[in-house]
Design a protein around this ligand. Structure first.
Ligand code: SAH
Length: 385
């Protein structure tokens, strides 16, 4: 069945690979994919979809440039190119964020600030990044510019705030390198405190321009509650939150646990995680800045113990070093959260051959209209073998 809300840019943009299907058919497609990849390990629970699968993205990015007539355009890169497909509103992006981006495009023109030219590597505005806390209402705007010099800076900011008084912070980020990365190194806070706060599962989290934060807050809450239900943590339990990012899962787990250890490779994320723990007055949590595999090897070698390991690796999945130490550590339960059922299948295969039994598999639709699907799996250690 066709999608009733057709996006005219569906083919050019390439971001929503299965947007041609209606939502029920999309869920069916994802369910079949998960059953095909994971069905051999356990019965797959029905996928949890969204009541309203539109405008769910809390983070919106737009590239700025010129069309053939030299008019300023903003939008997304056509898949695997640096050609900009102009976008004013997108069916999956936050509406407010899209409105702010359109306003910025108009202001750039009236202030004669210009856009960055990636071929000549000169010019001003390169990207705009907007992050919005759906629960808190806070909004961050990041202006990514090719130069630090910002003509009429004060009046530009005032004009933007006048049109969107709900913006809570504006940051300038300088990126003058030839790169596919949106953000450069240098950040200058122009208005507010440079970060936004968001509420998730009863806790408050700080989101900075660079840190990873789940992009679908409605489904994240559902997914993390599922993960807690699977983990069924007891007050005496030592819990490891591996690949913890800014500490969201570990902080949510802390209220049930004896102690939580979060481990994460990115040092900025660890700094944010520590701040988040403080912000929520949590004392039974520590964060370690290292490779999750190495951390597991160390604690397994030291003969330490963990009762529950919650792991949420990137798309590539975990690695053999991590998985072997996990088996050595043999926590009673492992909750594996994955955004890629292919690597999840690979890792579950290893664990199922190494004394873990897969007890539950729950797909959650975090990314409607795209081909991606998130899963939570519960594994239990099987001592008799
Ligand atoms: N659980 C977090 C973040 C999940 S994203 C949340 O829900 O917000 C995956 C995280 O794994 C990223 O923060 C990434 O920096 C981190 N990561 C990637 N490779 C890693 C490794 N080898 N060791 C530890 N962390 C790693």
């Amino acid at each position: 069945m066709n999608n009733p809300k057709r996006c005219p840019l569906y083919k050019k943009c390439g971001g929503c690979q299965i947007h041609n299907m209606d939502y029920e058919a999309q869920l069916d497609f994802k369910m079949k994919k998960v059953v095909r990849l994971l069905g051999r390990f356990h019965y797959v629970e029905n996928i949890i979809g969204m009541d309203n699968p539109y405008h769910y993205r809390n983070k919106v990015q737009a590239a700025f440039g010129r069309d053939k007539q030299n008019r300023i355009i903003s939008g997304v890169y056509q898949s695997s190119t640096h050609r900009i497909v102009p976008v004013d509103n997108c069916l999956i992006e936050d509406k407010k964020a899209d409105e702010i981006i359109v306003t910025i495009r108009k202001l750039i023109k009236s202030f004669k600030l210009g856009t960055f030219d990636e071929n000549k590597m000169v010019g001003f505005l390169r990207h705009v990044l907007v992050k919005r806390g759906f629960a808190s209402g806070e909004i961050m705007v990041v202006l990514v510019t090719g130069t630090e010099e910002f003509k009429s800076k004060r009046s530009f900011i005032n004009a933007l705030l006048e049109r969107h008084p709900d913006i809570t912070t504006i940051v300038q980020n300088i990126n003058n390198k030839r790169t596919n990365l949106v953000l450069g190194e240098k950040m200058i806070t122009l208005y507010g405190d440079g970060v936004i706060k968001e509420n998730l599962c009863g806790y408050t989290f700080t989101i900075s321009p660079k840190a990873f934060y789940q992009i679908n807050p409605v489904q994240t809450e559902i997914l993390y509650n599922k993960a807690m239900e699977f983990a069924d943590i007891k007050k005496s339990d030592i819990v490891i939150d591996a690949y913890c990012g800014t500490g969201t899962i570990g902080i949510i787990a802390s209220k049930y646990a004896g102690h939580v250890y979060g481990v994460e490779l990115n040092k900025d994320a660890v700094r944010d995680a520590k701040k988040n723990a403080k912000l929520n007055n949590i004392e039974n949590i520590d964060f370690v800045n290292t490779d999750a595999g190495r951390y597991m090897v160390n604690i397994a070698d030291e003969g330490l113990k963990a009762d529950v390991v919650i792991m949420d690796p990137p798309r590539a999945g975990s690695d053999i070093k991590f998985l072997k130490s996990l088996v050595k550590l043999s926590p009673k339960k492992v909750v594996y959260i994955s955004c890629n059922p292919e690597t999840l299948a690979r890792d579950l295969m290893f664990l199922s051959k190494n004394r873990y039994k897969i007890r539950k598999i729950q797909p959650v639709d975090m990314f409607p209209h795209t081909e991606h699907v998130e899963c939570a799996a519960l594994l239990e250690f099987n001592p008799k073998r």
